[in-house]
Design a protein. Structure first.
Length: 172
């Protein structure tokens, strides 16, 4: 519960409800997504300060060849993320009051301020899939921090000039 020791694991759940462990030694399991061609799986373990990439087998669901795709500084804590219709990444940064927007190659395009210290994740929605919905948390914040950013813990909407894509649904 202290989110320090790497006690977590990453699993795949197959259509027949069979569970398979894919990774272990995870600190804080967070954002995940797939490249537009479904050949690469992206995953965030917050305390590694990076987005990891894996080769992804669409038929079996297996992952292999783990590598660092985007490396962040030691004071940036990537949390949840989504991938847009252009392959770009939108990543919530815990404790930083921002969403980072990155292109499909992992180059930072912009940091977008959020009126909450702890954005937790984001996804696209709305009638044309250009609205970015951003969740946030107020867990562990002091009274002073809550006064400075009273919208901590709320849901936000941001109109973008990029279309999102529908998230895959479990087929089982």
């Amino acid at each position: 519960m202290k989110e320090q020791a790497p006690l977590g694991k990453l699993y795949r759940l197959d259509k027949n409800l069979t569970l398979h462990q894919l990774e272990e030694n995870i600190h804080i399991s967070n954002g995940m997504g797939w490249s537009l061609d479904n050949q690469t799986f992206f995953y965030i373990d917050t305390l590694t300060h990076c987005v990891a990439a894996y080769d992804y087998d669409l038929i079996t669901g297996n992952i292999a060849n783990k590598r660092t795709f985007i490396q962040f500084s030691s004071n940036e804590y990537p949390d949840g993320m989504t991938i847009d219709s252009e392959g770009g990444f939108w990543i919530a940064f815990w404790g930083a009051a921002k969403i980072g927007h990155f292109d499909a190659g992992g180059k930072r395009i912009a940091d977008i301020p959020v009126p909450a210290l702890q954005p937790t994740s984001c996804c696209f929605g709305g009638s044309d899939m250009t609205t970015l919905f951003i969740t946030s948390a107020k867990r562990g914040l002091s009274k002073k921090q809550m006064q400075e950013l009273p919208l901590n813990g709320r849901l936000f909407m941001l109109e973008t000039n990029v279309k999102g894509r529908e998230e895959p649904r479990f087929a089982g």
